[in-house]
Design a protein around this ligand. Structure first.
Ligand SMILES: Nc1ncnc2c1ncn2[C@@H]1O[C@H](COP(=O)(O)OP(=O)(O)O)[C@@H](O)[C@H]1O
Ligand SMILES: [Mg+2]
Length: 312
């Protein structure tokens, strides 16, 4: 195996092109890497705030994970195998004990805290199992929140949020608070909130775990269509093979290790041939200047009429 050419290795588990029509591809046909977790160890014993028993194996035990621009990857594995920890480490929420996370070729541990925060807010979107919307805010402000945290003025942020609610068929709920919505509606709002910053990557941790099967499928369809329209990569944790099937590739975790061979081998390929070098500007394709309100290219192909797509 030629470790000097990670893009070739990356193609090992690459799904058929038809599954990922919008993924950015290199000349070899492999997706351009967007995020790479390298030899990640997360030992909660080593953190001073931990309350767990000494001797417990690390939550991440030299895990490697790679996702390409616009790619959709499902992570499956038993409870406690480290899936959520991996997601948090990849997203820069939790600092690993050892190992590195590279975003478009830049080590996110070596950038300043301010840059890392900007990255989380502008390049990454998050959808959790139960939405984690703020209960006291109406839907439109919940969606607008990440934009406002990034410095956008209230009016512009809520205009953009409203446009997202429109597109997912929930404009009529703009003033509703989470307590007044169904589980499926809350997850749709959470998806709009994740997408409204035009992220490069959406992290979803069991986003359908609290939904019935039909609602879960509809929510997944919305998530995948919106991500594809945005060319956002999706890293999805799920227990459900039917949900994982929405992704082009599935990797399995056990005991803090990503089992799949392609990801394991990527661990030695620390240096990517990154086309755009150490770019850490979270605002991709002018994220903060082109959104749904601007008729931006990110929405190309996005069904405008909810009845035409899965955007119900
Ligand atoms: N904040 C934490 N402090 C201590 N241990 C934790 C913490 N979060 C997770 N763990 C432990 O790390 C392991 C992996 O957990 P997690 O990543 O949540 O797994 P999964 O999402 O696959 O169920 C488990 O043994 C869990 O108990
Ligand atoms: Mg979990």
């Amino acid at each position: 195996m030629n470790v000097q050419n990670p893009s070739q290795q990356f193609s090992i588990n690459d799904p058929p092109a038809a599954h990922q029509p919008r993924a950015v591809r290199t000349q070899q046909g492999a997706p351009t890497p967007v995020l790479h977790g390298i030899d990640l160890v997360m030992d909660y014993n080593a953190t001073s705030r931990s309350t767990i028993q000494p001797g417990q194996p690390p939550a991440l035990n030299h895990a490697n994970f790679l996702v390409g621009e616009g790619e959709r990857v499902a992570i499956m594995g038993p409870s406690g195998s480290g899936k959520s920890t991996l997601l948090h480490v990849l997203a820069g929420i939790t600092k690993p004990t050892t190992g590195r996370v590279m975003f478009r070729g830049a080590d996110i541990d070596r950038i300043s805290e301010a840059e890392r925060t900007r990255l989380r807010r502008q390049a990454f979107g998050f959808v959790f199992q139960s939405g984690q919307l703020l209960p006291e805010l109406p839907a439109v402000e919940n969606v607008a929140l990440p934009l406002m945290l990034s410095g956008m003025a209230y009016r512009e942020a809520t205009d953009r949020a409203l446009s997202w609610l429109d597109r997912i068929g929930l404009r009529h709920l703009m003033f509703s608070r989470p307590g007044e919505m169904s589980g499926g509606q809350m997850q749709r709002v959470a998806i709009a909130r994740a997408l409204c910053v035009n992220p490069a990557i959406i992290f979803a941790d069991e986003p359908t775990g609290a939904l019935d099967q039909n609602t879960g499928r509809d929510v997944m369809q919305l998530l995948m269509e919106a991500a594809a329209a945005n060319n956002a990569a999706v890293v999805l944790v799920t227990h459900d093979p039917n949900i994982a099937a929405f992704c082009g590739r599935t990797v399995h975790m056990r005991d803090g290790i990503v089992l799949d061979a392609a990801n394991q081998r990527m661990g030695s390929a620390a240096n990517w041939p990154m086309g755009d070098g150490a770019r850490v500007d979270g605002a991709r394709n002018g994220a903060m200047t082109s959104g749904p309100m601007g008729g931006a290219p990110m929405m190309a192909g996005y069904p405008r009429n909810p009845s035409q797509g899965a955007l119900r």
